[in-house]
Write a protein that binds this ligand. Structure first.
Ligand code: MTE
Ligand code: MO
Length: 299
């Protein structure tokens, strides 16, 4: 145990130095995992007045099938994932493909707090104060070419760190995709933390996508690769059950999942169900992306 603590502290220290993260390291209440705070991030108006879901619920009620199927499994198996060192590759149809060391990338990127609603396709929801930066900022760095129309995302493939990948639940690695204009939308971020702290492993450390107007499964965790493509990329859940999970997966109370209603949702921590809102309440910002599209066909 003490050796594990020592190692954990060493890792936290290394992160703090490389990423400009403050030196505050507090012991987690539920185990030896280090919890490092980001020293610098700006607050944004998103989510003002929203009641935040507890840190405890956000980090113990998870979907991360690579770390287990039960909601509490990812947190229990979180220590298996090693989020440092970590390289994020960006390739495909861009002028400047690159490989970024995660801490160098984070250090080069002004961080923001974005309080967003997260609506899982399973009909539960949370409010999470993410720390991250616009996905568009990373795309700008690699200069997408004119024929790039989509961005494909890939989770780490390593069955030692992600033992769920030993079972054929999904075709691994988990993959996701966005149309390039969706990816460039200012609401789409790459998140590297939550509640002002470095991302817990179970929430997709060290870097994950957050697209708050789409069902949670679009927000792919522990990303190692982005690829700019001309054609629509495959996505993990669509490949698994295409009639149940579309490529777009915009939150839509008017289109039910074939096996359950999407009209209402259970906000974690609340007793009564809430109405689900089109685009998870972000319609004013994002509906224009889908002008002229039949969202029943393009679910
Ligand atoms: N690689 C990967 N990413 C993933 C998942 C997963 O199983 N594997 N689950 C998705 C689903 S269904 C949801 S609802 C969100 C959950 O994010 P959270 O655990 O941080 O709340 O992550 C998404 N990203
Ligand atoms: Mo989900």
């Amino acid at each position: 145990m003490s050796r594990r603590r020592l190692l954990a502290t060493g890792i936290a220290g290394a992160i703090a130095t490389a990423a400009g993260i403050g030196s505050t390291t507090v012991a987690a209440s539920d185990g030896p995992a280090p919890r490092s705070k980001f020293a610098n991030f700006v607050k944004t108006p998103w989510g003002a007045g929203e009641h935040l879901t507890d840190y405890g619920a956000i980090t113990t009620y998870n979907n991360f099938y690579e770390l287990g199927l039960g909601k509490e499994d990812p947190q229990r198996n979180a220590h298996l994932l090693k989020p440092r060192p970590w390289t994020l590759s960006v390739d495909g149809l861009c002028a400047k493909p690159a490989r970024f060391d995660i801490d160098a990338l984070i250090a080069a990127q002004p961080l923001q707090e974005r309080i967003y609603r997260l609506r899982c396709v399973e009909a539960w929801s949370m409010v999470v104060p993410w720390i991250g930066f616009p996905l568009a900022a990373l795309l700008d760095r690699v200069e997408p070419l004119g024929n790039a129309k989509f961005v494909a995302f890939q989770t780490l493939f390593d069955p030692k760190q992600l033992p769920g990948q030993r079972s054929p639940l999904l075709e691994w690695p988990y993959v996701e995709g966005l149309r390039l204009d969706e990816a460039r939308h200012p609401l789409a971020i790459l998140a590297v933390g939550l509640y002002g702290e470095v991302m817990p492993n179970q929430n997709g450390a060290p870097i994950r996508l957050i697209v708050p107007w789409k069902y949670g499964f679009k927000s792919i965790k522990s990303i190692v690769r982005l690829t700019l493509t001309e054609t629509m990329p495959q996505t993990a859940w669509n490949r698994q059950a295409p009639r149940e999970y579309g490529f777009y997966a915009n939150v839509n109370p008017a289109v039910d999942h074939p096996r359950w209603s999407q009209k209402r949702e259970r906000r974690i921590g609340e007793f009564f169900r809430r109405d689900t809102l089109p685009f998870n309440g972000y319609g004013e910002e994002v509906a224009g992306l889908y002008a002229g599209m039949d969202l029943t066909t393009w679910y």
